[in-house]
Design a protein around this ligand. Structure first.
Ligand SMILES: [Zn+2]
Length: 420
């Protein structure tokens, strides 16, 4: 034991050394690095990562002595992917629930849904999605708990921005009957008057929502443009953006006119309203189920094909008109042989069928989504100063977007999640 002054000196020295010791550096040798924003790639790059962030990028970057070197020189490196429309705390069992997520919410206890969220979050990250926006159907804030656990390092998952309880006109997305009017709560927060809307947004903000999600039009009565404008403003005051589920032409019209941050699904939206959305800087999150998935629960003859054609047509129109598009999957099913992550990446098929070139799909999955989520100063590109959220694939995603289905390396905040 040192005498007291020496102990003090030792403590000061330890503190000084801790402050000046260089942070552990990871150096990644990349065969190519893709910039989705410009749709270009460059060969033979070195990426330095320290304290979870990218510190240098270039062909001639010196690798510091003692750095951990990751050799991806035979692979293409790109920013981690985004899924801007997930429901991680819900898994519809097609047989048990007859395809109805109403039944899913009645049968699965909240504790189980949180566990599902943990597993789905990990699966998304392992498939290459380093950031997700979860748009509700999380019961009583189950996904908020999942997000906290990820943020605290308790579990492994993507960076999450989640919605809390979905706000909707009376009945939400469920067909209630008068004896059991309680059965849609807490899944939805019914808000019909302005006071109820304000209260719903404040409750969501209070319990940790990172985005406000409303359902505009799944009932006979829909939110008006004035209703939605009111909620956009209330959300803004709470520092939150507003995402609007629109499934009809009328609902899409009201939400586009109100200047929401994002339109979700956009079924039936008119070309005119797509132009309004573009003018307002609204991001479109089209979510057309891949035909192979849709066929599993739209079983009437020709129904899946007709629905698919209609949705692909709107996605194609959105791209043609030039509204910013963020990738969103809306994957909610338990599919044998797939994790939630390998399922969500299948949505690429719909984007390909709508005629979007690989470059546009990549932007939807990175920079445009990062902008929508409000994290474009932190993530969504490979640039010094940004979080080290990286994935690697074999092949060139700018010519063959399918290679994204086979991600072999994932890094989130500088931490290796999977490697070849
Ligand atoms: Zn959804």
């Amino acid at each position: 034991m040192f005498p007291a002054p020496r102990r003090l000196l030792a403590a000061v020295l330890t503190l000084l050394l801790a402050r000046t010791a260089p942070a552990q550096v990871t150096a990644i040798r990349a065969g190519r690095v893709v910039d989705p924003e410009t749709g270009t790639s460059v060969p033979s790059q070195v990426i330095l990562v320290s304290d979870g962030k990218i510190t240098a990028l270039g062909p001639d970057v010196t690798i510091p002595r003692g750095a951990t070197v990751i050799d991806l020189s035979r692979l293409t490196v790109l920013p981690g992917l985004f899924d801007a429309h997930t429901h991680l705390c819900m898994s519809v069992q097609l047989q048990r629930d007859a395809g109805s997520y109403y039944l899913t919410t009645l049968r699965d206890p909240l504790s189980y849904r949180a566990v599902e969220g943990v597993a789905n979050a990990r699966a998304m990250l392992e498939a290459g999605f380093t950031t997700v926006r979860d748009v509700g159907n999380e019961g009583d804030y189950a996904c908020t708990s999942v997000r906290w656990a990820i943020d605290r390092g308790l579990i492994v998952g993507p960076t999450m921005i989640n919605a809390g309880r979905i706000i909707a006109p009376y009945g939400g997305q469920f067909q209630l009957q008068p004896d059991r009017r309680d059965l849609a709560e807490p899944e939805y927060y019914f808000a019909d008057t302005r006071d109820e809307m304000r209260k719903a947004i404040r409750e969501n903000a209070h319990y940790g929502a990172g985005v406000i999600k409303i359902v505009v039009d799944d009932q006979r009565y829909i939110y008006s443009t004035d209703d939605i404008r009111f909620m956009v403003e209330e959300a803004r005051v709470a520092g939150l953006k507003l995402a609007a589920h629109v499934w009809t032409r009328a609902g899409a019209h009201n939400a586009a006119a109100a200047g929401v941050a994002s339109l979700e699904h956009l079924n039936g939206i008119s070309d005119e309203d797509l132009a309004v959305a573009k003018a307002n800087g609204t991001v479109a999150v089209f979510t057309p189920f891949p035909l192979s998935v849709l066929k599993r629960f739209r079983t009437a003859p020709g129904q899946a094909e007709a629905e698919y054609r209609a949705e692909i047509d709107r996605l194609a129109a959105g791209y043609r008109i030039g509204v910013p598009i963020a990738f969103g999957s809306d994957a909610i099913h338990d599919l044998a042989g797939y994790t939630r992550g390998t399922q969500a990446i299948m949505w690429i098929d719909s984007y390909v069928d709508a005629g979007l070139p690989p470059r546009a799909i990549l932007r939807a999955m990175t920079s445009t989504a990062a902008h929508l989520l409000g994290v474009d100063g932190e993530r969504g590109a490979i640039r010094p100063g940004l979080a080290a959220d990286l994935i690697a694939v074999s092949g060139d995603p700018l010519s063959d977007i399918e290679v994204l289905k086979r991600v072999v390396f994932v890094m989130k905040n500088g931490q290796v999640i999977r490697s070849p």
